[in-house]
Design a protein. Structure first.
Length: 435
C-alpha cells in the first residue's frame, strides 16, 4: 500500500520533464540509448545510397562498378594488340621515323580514354543530398516520425509547378530523398540517389551520368569512337601493304596478319555502337536535352525551356565551370542512435542490414503495447486503493469519474515504459502482495 501511495505522489508532485517532440513516442530505456552520442563516422560510411566508395570516400562508383572492368578490357586489349602486332609492321612504311607516331598516338589515346573513364565513373555525378525530414507546404522541414509509426501518409502534393523561363515545369516529390526534385533532376533506381540534370545510368561506366560528369562521358564516348576509327584505318593500311608485298588477295592477307583482320572486324562493330552514341549525344547537346527528357517528354513538338540555341548549348556543356559537389563524403559526422532510429522509422528501414523491417516494426509495436498494458494495470491498482481509502466497506471498483485526472500523457507513458523495462515486474508483484 505504501509503495502505491508513494508512486502516486511522485506522479503528481514530481512529474518527469516532458521530452522533446521527436522523443515522445520513445520509451525511457530507448531514450537513454538515443541520447548517448554514437561514434564519429564519415559521410560515406553512413551513406544511404547504393554507391560503392573507394580510397576512404575519395572515389564514388555505382553499385554495378564491376562492369567497369569489362569496359577497360574491351578498350585496352585491342590497343595492346594493335601496338604489338600491327604498328610495328607499319613503322618502316613512313620516313623520318614518323611510323613511330602510329604506336605513340594509339598509346596516348588509350591512356587519355582511361582518364576520361575514371573521371566519368569515379566522381559524384551531381547527387542531391537527402533531407532528414520531408518539407512542409512552406518549404521548411517537419518531422514525420510519429506519422510513420502510426502508418499515416504524407499530405505533401506529389507534384509542384515551377516556372522556368516563363514555362511551367512540373517537379516531383521524391519519397526516398524527401525533397522536391529540382528541374531536370531524377531519382536513379540503381544508385538510389536523386541526380541533378540526370541523363541516364550507364552500365558500361557503372555510374549515373549527370550534371557533374556528362562532359567527361561525352568526351569518353567520342574519344573511343576516334580510337576505333584510328585502329580500323591503320589495320586496313597494313592489310593493303601485305596484299601489295605478297601479291595476294584479301583473304590471304588476313591469314598472313590475323590480328589485323580481327581488329578490323572488332572496330567495325564497335564504331557503330560508340559512334551512334556519340552522334545521338551530339544532337542532345545541340538541343540542350538529356536522354531521360528525350525519351520521356519529346521536346520535338513542344517548347524546350532549356534550349538556348546551338552555340550557347555547346558552351553550357563544354565551357562552363563544373559545379562543386553538394556532398562532402569525407566529412566527419556525429552519428547517434536517435538519428538512425528516426531515419529508420521515417523511411521504413531497419536499424541494421541484419534486422528486417518487419521484425523492427513488430518489436516497436510490442514495446508500445506492453507499456500501455502496464500503465492500465498501475492505474487500476491506484484507483482501487483510492476507493478503499474513501470507504473501507466499498467493494473494489474502478472509478471512471476520475478519468480526466488520469489522462494518458506522454510523461506517464514514458514512466510506464521505464517501470516495465527496469522495475515494472517487481512493482506489480509488490502491489499484488499489498492487496
Amino acid at each position: 500500500m505504501g509503495t502505491v501511495d508513494g508512486m502516486r505522489g511522485k506522479m503528481y508532485t514530481a512529474p518527469m520533464p516532458p521530452p522533446p517532440p521527436a522523443h515522445r513516442h520513445i520509451s525511457g530505456s530507448d531514450r537513454r540509448i538515443i541520447d548517448s552520442n554514437g561514434p564519429d563516422l564519415r559521410v560515406y560510411q553512413a551513406w544511404k545510397g547504393s554507391n560503392i566508395f573507394c580510397f576512404g570516400g575519395r572515389l564514388i562508383f555505382g553499385p554495378d562498378v564491376r562492369s567497369l572492368f569489362l569496359t577497360v578490357f574491351m578498350i585496352v586489349t585491342p590497343a595492346i594488340l594493335f601496338c604489338t602486332f600491327v604498328s610495328h609492321e607499319l613503322i618502316n612504311e613512313f620516313q623520318h621515323h614518323l611510323g613511330n607516331l602510329i604506336e605513340v598516338i594509339c598509346a596516348i589515346s588509350t591512356a587519355y580514354i582511361m582518364i576520361l573513364l575514371l573521371l566519368t565513373s569515379a566522381r559524384d555525378p551531381g547527387i542531391i543530398p537527402r533531407n532528414h525530414h520531408p518539407p512542409d507546404e512552406d518549404g521548411s522541414n517537419i518531422s514525420t516520425d510519429w506519422t510513420a509509426i502510426q502508418g499515416g501518409g504524407s499530405s505533401l502534393p506529389p507534384m509542384k509547378d515551377v516556372l522556368v523561363k516563363g514555362i511551367v515545369v512540373k517537379v516531383k516529390y521524391c519519397q526516398t530523398c524527401m525533397l522536391y526534385r529540382p528541374p531536370r533532376c531524377s531519382h536513379c533506381s540503381i544508385c538510389n540517389n536523386c541526380v541533378e540534370r540526370f541523363d541516364h545510368h550507364c552500365p558500361w561506366v557503372g555510374q549515373c551520368i549527370g550534371k557533374r560528369n556528362y562532359r567527361f562521358f561525352f568526351m569518353f564516348v567520342s574519344s573511343t569512337t576516334m580510337l576505333c576509327l584510328y585502329v580500323f584505318a591503320f589495320c586496313w593500311v597494313n592489310v593493303r601493304k601485305i596484299m601489295g608485298a605478297y601479291d595476294c588477295n584479301l583473304w590471304r592477307s588476313f591469314l598472313k596478319s590475323p590480328i589485323s583482320g580481327i581488329l578490323i572486324l572488332y572496330t567495325f562493330v564497335c564504331v557503330w555502337f560508340v559512334g551512334g552514341l556519340t552522334a545521338f549525344h551530339l544532337y542532345l547537346i545541340c538541343t540542350n536535352q538529356t536522354t531521360y527528357e528525350n525519351f520521356r517528354y519529346r521536346y520535338d513538338g513542344k517548347t524546350n525551356p532549356y534550349n538556348l540555341g546551338y552555340v550557347r548549348n555547346i558552351i553550357e556543356v563544354f565551357f562552363t565551370k563544373i559545379p562543386k559537389s553538394k556532398n562532402s563524403f569525407r566529412e566527419k559526422i556525429k552519428v547517434n542512435s536517435y538519428s538512425i532510429y528516426a531515419t529508420s522509422m521515417s523511411l521504413g528501414q531497419s536499424l541494421s542490414p541484419e534486422i528486417p523491417k518487419t521484425s523492427f516494426d513488430v518489436e516497436v509495436g510490442k514495446r508500445q503495447a506492453v507499456a500501455d498494458e502496464d500503465f492500465e494495470e498501475i492505474q487500476s491498482h491506484i484507483d482501487n486503493v483510492g476507493g478503499l481509502e474513501r470507504c473501507g466497506t466499498q467493494p473494489r471498483h474502478i472509478n471512471r469519474d476520475h478519468k480526466a485526472n488520469w489522462e494518458i500523457t506522454p510523461d506517464i507513458r514514458i514512466l510506464a515504459a521505464e517501470l516495465e523495462s527496469g522495475h515494472g515486474l517487481r512493482d506489480r508483484q509488490k502491489i499484488s502482495r499489498d492487496h
